[in-house]
Design a protein around this ligand. Structure first.
Ligand code: SF4
Ligand code: SF4
Ligand code: SF4
Length: 575
């Protein structure tokens, strides 16, 4: 069986493979995020390999087992015909010689399996009526049907894949204990009959490890080769006779390519109850078009090369009729995963949010067609919200908002205060308009906390913040400086104007204590007022000036307002 792995060192988490995977087999885990192929969901289609721009998806077969079997010298190797393109410029003769030199006892070209399967299809074809029969020689199609469209399983032709058919044939010929290795892209995913399946790259490595080079082998067969000719079949095990009949556009035969056709097929057969005849379905245009075969643009080159290595057809059957074996197959339905918990799916959808028209985004950026598909996958642990750009954008905005708003009071934070202060200073210098700040501090707040508890203290802070918010204009900034200290920036306001606002605030906050049911005089504030004069911008730090004024208000008895006046004696106003 071939395995698909993602190399964490090469993967940049671009999610291109997630988007292309037809079986939702690539799991995104963790915050990093990391990607992993879920083996039991992988249908071995290979689409993720060319989709990865960083060559991070690695495919490997059972090289260790194949190497061991080659070393024992007892195994047969089914070398699929596409090998002619992969090992070019080595010739098919050189490659087969190399495989023998590496220790295989028998090396076949993989056409006997096609012949056996083609004969079985012909038998079914003539055995009318069969309504709908779906070709079952493409393991990727079969696995997808078993996992995702179990309603189509009864319509799969009960025929083994060519590799399995050839394995049975070889065992009938050389003994039931013959170990068999398959080399190619179209390994049956869940087949236990083949002892080891390897990719062509694995085979290259096996030859190197056995110190064999295909290119240095003679260009003629050193041993009498196994049967290499076809009689009945085309590549992949389709009978030529059926393909010829299909060209006459009869309703008994249709050619379908790509897994995308399966939903319509399932609907036509099981809902609309149509009889489709023989459905020749492949996941791509054949083994030479398989994603592991190489770039799409070289498909015609590969076809021409493999065709040039094809020996002339035999006029008579090439299969030894004296050998008896079954070519049949049964297909078990794979249990579908339990549906995702509806409440959890709803929670994920709520985190994603909706577009401005209230509908799901369904933008597909996460690799799923719809938000719902993504949410189901996220609930089953296969996807991470890190994949969803709208969610990430919302989270970033929330983080900015969280940093800008004090959680307890809802006022601006110290960071926002600093930014706005700098902005107002620059604006004041440009516009020649003064502005002012109020530094507000609750009097004896520790006493309130000690006597009435911290929750009561928090209620007072919230109420004072509400009073401040109500007293200032939208263009002003009301912020929590820290603890029980608040700073207000009053834009386009001079010192007398700021002092009037401060007085109104002081009186309002005195009323907060009464409203909350505390004795008079328990909740009061002292306020330091400072003005920024654009004509004397170098007069020092505005907040420091306001803080010093506040200190003087405290020293003078609390529940007071004090103005900071540059280079003049500070005045204390008892109100
Ligand atoms: S081989 Fe196919 S099914 Fe498996 S992970 Fe890659 S794209 Fe998905
Ligand atoms: S395509 Fe997949 S494996 Fe390749 S870099 Fe992107 S996320 Fe990683
Ligand atoms: S909004 Fe997010 S979850 Fe929905 S489709 Fe777009 S990326 Fe995927």
């Amino acid at each position: 069986m071939l395995s698909f792995l993602i190399d964490a060192d090469l993967c940049v988490a671009c999610l291109a493979c997630v988007r292309i995977c037809p079986s939702d087999a690539i799991e995104v885990v963790g915050e990093a995020p990391l990607l992993r192929v879920v083996d039991e969901s992988c249908i071995r289609c290979g689409e993720c390999v060319p989709a990865c721009p960083h060559q991070a998806v690695k495919v490997s077969g059972e090289l260790g087992r194949a190497l061991e079997l080659a070393g024992q010298g007892t195994a047969a190797l089914i070398l699929s015909p596409e090998s002619a393109a992969h090992f070019y410029p080595a010739t098919p003769e050189q490659l087969i010689n190399a495989c023998y030199a590496a220790g295989f006892r028998v090396v076949t070209r993989g056409v006997i399996g096609d012949e056996l399967v083609a004969a079985e299809y012909l038998r079914l074809w003539e055995d009318e009526p069969w309504g709908t029969l779906v070709r079952s020689t493409d393991p990727v199609v079969v696995e997808t049907v078993r996992m995702q469209y179990p309603e189509l399983v009864p319509y799969l032709a009960p025929v083994a894949t060519p590799t399995v058919a050839e394995t049975r044939y070889l065992r009938a010929r050389y003994g039931a204990s013959l170990p068999v290795v398959y080399a190619g892209h179209v390994a049956p995913p869940s087949c236990r009959e083949v002892d080891a399946a390897v990719t062509f790259s694995d085979l290259e490595q096996l030859l190197r490890m056995r110190s064999v080079s295909a290119l240095t082998q003679p260009t003629f067969f050193q041993r009498i080769p196994e049967e290499r000719r076809r009689h009945l079949s085309a590549a992949g095990g389709m009978p030529l006779a059926m393909l010829e009949e299909s060209r006459q556009a009869g309703s008994r035969f249709r050619i379908v390519r790509g897994l995308d056709a399966l939903p319509a097929l399932a609907r036509a057969v099981t809902v609309e109850r149509l009889e489709l005849g023989f459905v020749d379905i492949l996941s791509n245009e054949g083994a030479l078009d398989h994603p592991l075969s190489g770039p799409k643009e070289e498909l015609y080159w590969r076809r021409a090369l493999v065709a040039s290595a094809e020996p002339p057809r035999s006029r008579s059957p090439v299969v030894d009729r004296a050998l008896t074996m079954s070519i049949g197959a049964t297909f078990e339905i794979k249990p579908r995963p339990a549906p995702a918990d509806a409440a959890a799916v709803e929670a994920v959808l709520a985190s994603i949010g909706t577009a401005s028209n209230g509908k799901p985004w369904d933008c597909g950026a996460c690799g799923y067609d719809t938000c719902l598909q993504f949410a189901r996958s996220a609930v089953s642990g296969r996807a991470s919200l890190r994949q969803c750009p709208p969610h990430e954008e919302r989270r970033a905005n929330e983080a900015v908002r969280a940093a800008a708003v004090d959680v307890l009071t809802g006022l601006a934070t110290y960071r926002v205060l600093q930014e706005r202060l700098q902005y107002e200073i620059e604006r004041s210098k440009r516009s020649d308009e003064a502005f002012a700040v109020l530094f507000i501090d609750l009097d004896s707040f520790k006493l309130v906390n000690d006597r009435h508890g911290h929750e009561a203290g928090n209620d007072i802070l919230r109420a004072v913040a509400a009073e401040i918010r109500a007293a200032v204009r939208a263009s002003d900034v009301a912020s929590r400086y820290g603890g029980d200290e608040f700073v207000v920036i009053l834009t386009r306001t001079d010192l007398p104007g700021a002092t009037r606002v401060a007085e109104a605030l002081r009186a309002g906050i005195e009323g907060v204590g009464r409203r909350l049911g505390y004795p008079a005089g328990l909740v009061t504030v002292s306020i330091g007022v400072a003005e920024f004069d654009p004509h004397r911008p170098a007069d020092g730090d505005l907040l420091v000036a306001a803080d010093r004024a506040l200190y003087r208000a405290k020293m003078a008895g609390r529940n007071l307002i004090a103005e900071a006046q540059r280079l003049r004696q500070h005045e204390v106003t008892r109100t």
